[in-house]
Design a protein around this ligand. Structure first.
Ligand SMILES: [Ca+2]
Ligand SMILES: [Ca+2]
Length: 287
């Protein structure tokens, strides 16, 4: 458990701005309708219902949650944003989706993306591949509220038996941000945004960053979160450990008709609120 976050370069005015935005998100109703079950049954996610893994202490309420699998790798993962490692070729590609309430109203994903997961004895890894018409990344430092500054991949992780969770970013320019919340009820406090850890990220872009006049193709990225940071509170990070995960995307684009960025996620949530912890997928670590 990160008890003494190191100081970071977060600017107070930006911190306040992001706090207001995030608090607005949190005031949305927390709910978990049956639509989650429908999402859970869609490929490629496995579903906890019917799963008989004795290592997993399943709660009845978790049975409808999708599962996202991360396979162990013995080969090095080079965090360069290039997804040429064998582990990525073998990993399940989880598609980004809209939240279920938006999908029900007829909205469709404008620009597709996929998420892949892996782990080794040192790190938990995420690889993303996002189709992009307009790559935007106006933040040029780490530890900024990049969701207000451009395109973004956000990784959320939490141990099921605890209240705390992580929010970790990678931008198309390879910038990173690390937030840590002791619990949803302490969300928005300045200390949440001063968290520092060993997160490493890298990205590759196919297109021109911050040039709205042309049309871009996409970006890829890799994230490596040290397991020692995730397990400071005493949780295990190994097969059978009960962790929850969400990978989400902000996608700003000149070509988007609707106002503001497109928000997509894996797994699909019941509503577009990345702090709906109850909607996160169950992370299955396998060897
Ligand atoms: Ca790589
Ligand atoms: Ca974009």
């Amino acid at each position: 458990m990160p008890a003494s976050p190191r100081e970071s370069s977060v600017k107070p005015e930006r911190m306040m701005m992001q706090m207001r935005t995030r608090l607005t998100e949190l005031t949305r109703p927390l709910r978990r309708p049956a639509i989650v079950l429908v999402v859970a049954l869609m490929s490629p996610y496995a579903c906890a219902a019917g799963d008989h893994d004795a290592d997993l202490d399943m709660h009845q309420a978790d049975d409808a949650l999708p599962i996202m699998q991360a396979k162990h790798t013995d080969a090095p993962v080079n965090i360069d944003g290039v997804l040429d490692e064998t582990v990525w070729q073998d990993a399940t590609a989880y598609p980004l989706a809209l939240a279920a309430d938006r999908a029900r109203s007829g909205a469709t994903v404008q620009e597709a993306g996929t998420v892949k997961l892996a782990w080794d004895d040192e790190n938990f890894y995420v690889a993303i591949e996002f189709t992009e018409s307009d790559i935007v990344a106006e933040g040029d430092e780490d530890q900024l509220p990049h969701f207000q500054l451009g395109d973004l991949c956000e990784l959320f992780l939490r141990p099921q038996d605890q209240t705390w969770y992580w929010e970790l970013y990678v931008t198309p320019r390879g910038k990173k941000t690390s937030y840590w919340f002791p619990g949803r009820g302490r969300f928005g406090l300045p200390s949440n945004f001063k968290y520092d850890c060993g997160l490493r990220v890298a990205a590759q872009t196919d297109g021109t960053v911050n040039d709205w006049q042309d049309r871009d193709t996409g970006w890829t990225a890799e994230m490596a979160m040290p397991i020692k940071d995730l397990t400071l509170g005493g949780q295990l990070f190994e097969p059978g450990a009960d962790w929850r995960i969400l990978v989400a995307r902000y996608n700003y684009s000149r070509y988007r008709v609707e106002r503001g960025p497109e928000l997509t996620m894996s797994p699909a949530m019941s509503a577009t609120n990345f702090h709906l912890l109850e909607d996160y997928a169950r992370l299955r670590l396998t060897r």
